[in-house]
Design a binder for this molecule. Structure first.
Ligand SMILES: NC(=O)C1=CN([C@@H]2O[C@H](COP(=O)(O)OP(=O)(O)OC[C@H]3O[C@@H](n4cnc5c(N)ncnc54)[C@H](O)[C@@H]3O)[C@@H](O)[C@H]2O)C=CC1
Ligand SMILES: N[C@@H](CC=O)C(=O)O
Ligand code: NA
Length: 439
């Protein structure tokens, strides 16, 4: 009598860096439990890597120095792309799809910028593309949005979605460490992107935000429309003033549905310290999603790192393995929506966005300065909700002044700041950081 056990699913892994080696290690260590959950074994039939990585043992596998061998290997059911970037990775994935392979990738840049092309190619070939590891590392937030929250109209989402950035801000706040030194540590720990500018200038978070927004609202992937600001200009002084006012500074991605369109923005943000998300530290990420039916939900976990990310990569492999024999139309679509034109809302220009603001300026220590600033704010319809002004230091004639404003439209805030900076009694530029209550 023959066995009814389904045949193993055969995977090819391309890229043996941080995530690739983590994936090999977790697949080896947890092979039994993964196979039990999957209903079949997962067999690595080929690894594409320029060189071996001492962090994992691939001696039992067929290792090719040419990753495109994996895309053409007739044995491979699923190609796992872990090389990163948007050039070779795009060609590799399109070649693999053309050869009928399913795809698992951790590559947010690629999905955010070329996802539409890749999903269309996959749909034509009846294969699937899975990318849980692309957003918030090990947190199953893509699955939550695509499946767990499918009954909801998502009203907004906000997340700490870059582990490197959160690690840097946390170390600056908790230990007063220097920005550059902490970034180097994040690179050594394998958290940072190949080009760490992506982490510190908000580009990586913007990639992730457009993926989340597309899944949440059914809008096209629109990376070019995200307002993007990073953490590179955050100073320890601002972290300390924010704390004095009862806030933490976090780098946040925000996507909000409004009647006029969708807000898509990533930037440093003051968040009231009593919010759970304000206390998400180190490499941890968290995503808040507000659905009309379920209300607010929060997803928390490691946003980067070898095994945390491997956890998401392998969950995608398991998902595909479970539905290998299912007809393509019966699988969950990569975008979570079967209708292409689910939502026609456009992305709003940042000038239309309304938030409260933290402003820090250096003011001449003489009477009347604050009334000039207050009068400029009032002319733009801005009220001052809180103010910090310390005594000047010995021999100093300028003092730092910190203001928390009411909610104000971006364009009006910028106009007020220009007028404040033009005052003789204000030295240099005004530091501005948005404030979100997330209530
Ligand atoms: N490191 C992390 O914590 C996370 C990374 N990701 C994503 O996972 C992907 C991989 O990231 P890491 O493992 O951190 O990068 P990595 O730089 O550690 O590993 C990439 C590997 O791919 C190899 N590679 C690059 N181009 C190649 C080519 N043309 N042929 C053969 N090998 C090639 C490199 O030699 C390297 O070993 C990226 O898309 C990244 O954004 C996603 C979530 C978390
Ligand atoms: N560089 C990224 C890695 C995970 O996506 C980060 O720091 O979050
Ligand atoms: Na994830």
């Amino acid at each position: 009598m023959g066995s009814n056990k389904p045949k193993a699913v055969k995977i090819g892994i391309c890229g043996l860096g941080t995530v690739g080696s983590g994936t090999v290690n977790v697949l080896q260590r947890n092979a039994e439990v993964i196979a039990a959950r999957c209903g079949r074994e997962i067999e690595i039939v080929q690894v594409g890597a320029r060189r071996d990585n001492p962090a994992c043992d691939t001696s039992a596998y067929n290792v090719s120095r040419e990753i495109f061998d994996v895309a053409t290997n007739p044995e491979v059911d699923i190609l796992v792309e872990l090389i990163g970037g948007t050039t070779v990775a795009r060609e590799l994935i399109l070649a693999a799809i053309e050869n009928g392979k399913h795809i698992v990738t951790a590559n947010k840049a690629l999905i955010a910028e070329f996802g539409t092309e890749i999903f269309e190619a996959a749909a034509r070939k009846g294969v699937t593309v899975a990318f849980e590891a692309a957003v918030a590392g090990g947190i199953p937030v893509i699955k939550a949005l695509r499946e767990g929250l499918s009954a909801n109209q998502v009203e907004w989402l906000a997340g700490i979605i870059n582990g490197t950035g959160n690690f840097i801000l946390t170390e600056m706040w908790e230990k007063g460490r220097d920005f550059g030194e902490v970034l180097k540590e994040a690179q050594a720990l394998g958290y940072a992107e190949a080009d760490p500018t992506f982490d510190v200038e908000g580009i990586d978070a913007a990639h992730k935000l457009v993926i989340l927004a597309s899944l949440a609202f059914g809008i096209p992937l629109s990376f070019d429309k995200v307002y993007t600001e990073g953490i590179s200009r955050i100073e320890t002084t601002d972290i300390q003033y924010a704390a004095e006012l009862g806030y933490r500074i976090k780098h946040l991605g925000v996507a909000r549905r409004r009647n006029e369109g969708i807000e898509l923005r990533v930037h440093p943000t003051l968040i009231p310290e009593k919010r759970l998300i304000a206390n998400v530290n180190g490499v941890m990420n968290a995503v808040l999603v507000k659905g009309d039916a379920v209300g607010p939900t929060l997803y928390y976990g490691a946003g980067a790192g070898a095994e945390a990310t491997a956890s998401a990569v392998i969950a995608d492999i398991v998902d595909i393995a479970r539905t290998l024999e299912v007809l393509p139309g019966q699988r969950v679509a990569p975008s979570g929506f079967f209708s292409d034109s689910h939502c026609s809302s456009g992305v709003l220009p940042v000038d239309d966005v309304e938030t409260a603001y933290y402003l820090r300026m250096s003011a001449h220590d003489k009477p009347g300065v604050m009334s000039q600033v207050a009068s400029i704010c009032s002319d733009e319809g801005i009220s001052i909700e809180a103010l910090i002004q310390h005594e000047p230091g010995e021999g100093e004639d300028h003092v730092p002044v910190v203001i928390l404003t009411s909610r104000v439209q971006e364009a009006k805030l910028q106009s007020a700041v220009r007028k404040i900076e033009a005052l003789d009694s204000i030295a240099g530029a005004v530091t501005r950081i948005r404030v979100e209550s997330l209530g």
